[in-house]
Every structure is written in structure tokens, then in C-alpha cells.
Design a protein around this ligand. Sequence first.
Ligand code: ATP
Ligand code: MG
Ligand code: MG
Length: 412
Amino acid sequence: MTRKPIIGLLGGGQLGQMLCQAAAPLGITVAVLDAEDCPAKQINHNKLHVTGSFKDPEKIRLLASRCDVLTVEIEHVDTGVLEEVATTGVEVPTADGKGKTMKKVPVHPSYKTIRLIQDKYQQKEYLAKNGLPVAPQMAIESGDGRVESLKLAASRFGFPFMLKASKGSYDGRGNFKVRSPEDFKTAVEEMGDYLYAEKWVPFEMELAVMVMRTEDNNGRLKAVYPYPVVETIHEDSICTKVFYPPRNVSEEVKEKAQKVACDVVASLWGRGVFAVEMFLVDRQVIVNEIAPRPHNSGHLTMEMVPQMSQFKAQLHAVLDEVPENGLTLTPRVPSAIMLNILGGAKPTSHDRFVDLANGSFDQYTDVYVHLYGKESKPGRKIGHVTATGFSSVDQLSSRISPLIKCMDEIRA
Ligand code: ATP
Ligand code: MG
Ligand code: MG
């Protein structure tokens, strides 16, 4: 076996941790740039890790100098430096150790993709330009013009509409539902600058599709491979549950969702896995947003598609070693449900949920607990549980209803 390229990872949260879990048995080394005690480093020790922020240009250069390819577990990174290391390169010692030379380090997915996705407004403008379905949106003026601009948004979209931060948001932090003109003042005070308004989508359901994207060394798309579509439940704008298959959704809609997700991902640049979040409304799918990395909606692939979980897919895609023949993303179980473990009022609030989950499997149901080693804070994602069943998703849901009820109580 030849030496596998070393992957440098920006960000060592739970996604990075699960990426490292997938990498170890494949003999792949992952060097992580994040804090010393981040979840990824808790389970993966090596001398190549860099301690610091994934937003710090110097630290990104240092990581790049130690690796053969860079990838991300979070999109809020410095794409200027990523472009620099991919195009100009980083300084490294020459083979004889006497001088310095430049080494180019590819970034996957491309810094272009990460840059586009970082800005949710630009991301959707781009999708609309490419003929992909998105909700109508408009940029909100910065500074003093904001309230006038909100009035215009209200006259275009009606109430309620969604006000969103273009950059830096996650788990709904950065979204404000504007219900009436009385909300304008609070919205402006709470939301800062660089905002956009989006028409409210009265969706029946939210769907998501993970897609693996492969590309040759010249940046030409090789293939996009969709995972099965899942139903995602968001409460207070944060994902709480994921169901496979989506409940009461026709095959036609599922195929449409996979097709739209593949078209979205084909329009981007670079290798890796991507999540495409969508709304289902009147049998049409509308793209909400893209994540250029493994995603909460794909956690259940670890048990549902064990031959190629979203984390394995990220590794194989980034290293360009996806088996073109024989790759299947077909689930090995007929149903699966993922429940996020969100921190409750007290640091120990979720303990009873974990105890219950650990005792919840039976001959029809498997239950897998994943704790990330993060400090518990109210509403913070600190772990998840995946249940898989040998029957329908509705039967699985009723079998694990005590678990669902327990998590809902802790979150409340
Ligand atoms: P993530 O953690 O997924 O990155 P985020 O902070 O980027 O979240 P969004 O995905 O924009 O936030 O929105 C979070 C949730 O808010 C959506 O999944 C959906 O439930 C709701 N939402 C967002 N936009 C709209 C809309 N235009 N109409 C109705 N509901 C919406
Ligand atoms: Mg987002
Ligand atoms: Mg989202």
C-alpha cells in the first residue's frame, strides 16, 4: 500500500471528530486545526495537529505545510488563505533541508465553493441564476437605510417574512421571523448589518439530500452521487430529528429532490460531500441552503449506509479514490431515525436521555449513541442517537416514542 496523502482539516468539532473516526480504520491521517481540547483531537492524536483558530491565516498556512490536501468541517473559514495555499502555495523546506520551496496544497471542496456558500444571499443568487429553485429574496440595505428596506421587503413578500444574516449563521442563529411592522425595530437592533430578506415558505416538510461530488485533477466534474432523501425536523430553527425515509412522500417527489440536489452540487466546484437542504411545498422542492461538508442530516448514514457513510464519502472523495464501479449508497436498513441530543437547562439534563437510549434496543430496533465530548449548554448540539429498524419508519418511530418524548422534554 502506498502512503496515503495526509488530510488537513479546518475545524475539529463533532463533524471533524466523526471524520477522524472514519479515517482511522482506513489508515488515513487527519491533521486538525482547532483548539487543543476540541472533539476531533479528543479521539485522534498525532504530531501534525495545529492548535489555534481555523480563521487564523498563519495557522492555516502551518496546517497546509504539513498536509497534502485540505478540507473543512465548517464553512466559516478564511477563504483568501485557502485560495493562496491552493494557487500560490505555502513555504516548506526543500528535500535537503537547506532551502525553502513553495508547495501547492489543493483545497476540497474548492475555496470558490466555500466562499460562495459562506454568503447565504450570494449562494441563492447563484442558484437562481443557474435555474435552480429558491425562495424570492432581496438584500437589505446596511446602516440607516435598514428600516426603509425592511418596509420594501414587507410590501414585496408580505408578513411574515424571514430576515437572515448573510454570513456566519448556523442552527438558526442569524434568522429573525418578521411578523409585523412592530418587529422592524427589534430586528434591526438584534440583527446587525449585511442582511437579506426571504419570502416565507409555508412548507409541508423539510427534506435534505447528501451528495458526494468527484472531480478530476483539472477541476472537471466526474460524478455526483446522491444519498437517499431524508426528512428533517427543525424546531426553533435548529435541527432536532431526521427521518428515513421521509414520511408520506411519493417516489416522484423523492426523485425530484435527489435530482435538484445533484444539479445544485454539480454547479459547484471541488470534491467532497455536500448537504442540500430543501423545502417541500405543493409537491415542489425549493432549495433552502447548501453545506459544503458532512452535515447533521447525514449522521444516520453511519448506520444506515455503513458501507459508505457521509464521513467515509468525504475522505474518499477528497482523496479522489472513489470506486467508480460498485459504489452504492443504498441503505442496508428499511428505516432510520436520528435524534439530536441538545443540551438542556442543566449540564446533566440529558443524562436520563442517554441512559434511556442505551437501554432502548430490542430485537427489532438498534440504537446507537454518539456523544461528542462537548460541554453541555442549553440548546447546544452535544451528541446524537440513531435508531435503525427492520420495519417502516412509522413503526420505528412508535417503538422509540419514549426516547423522542424524553428529548422533547429536555429541550423544552
Ligand atoms: P443551519 O444550521 O442549517 O446552517 P441556518 O442558521 O443557516 O441553519 P437556515 O437553514 O437558513 O438557518 O434556517 C433554519 C430553519 O429555519 C430552516 O431549516 C427552516 O425550518 C426555517 N426557515 C428558514 N428559512 C425559511 C423560510 N424562508 N420560510 C420558512 N421557514 C424558514
Ligand atoms: Mg446554514
Ligand atoms: Mg439550514
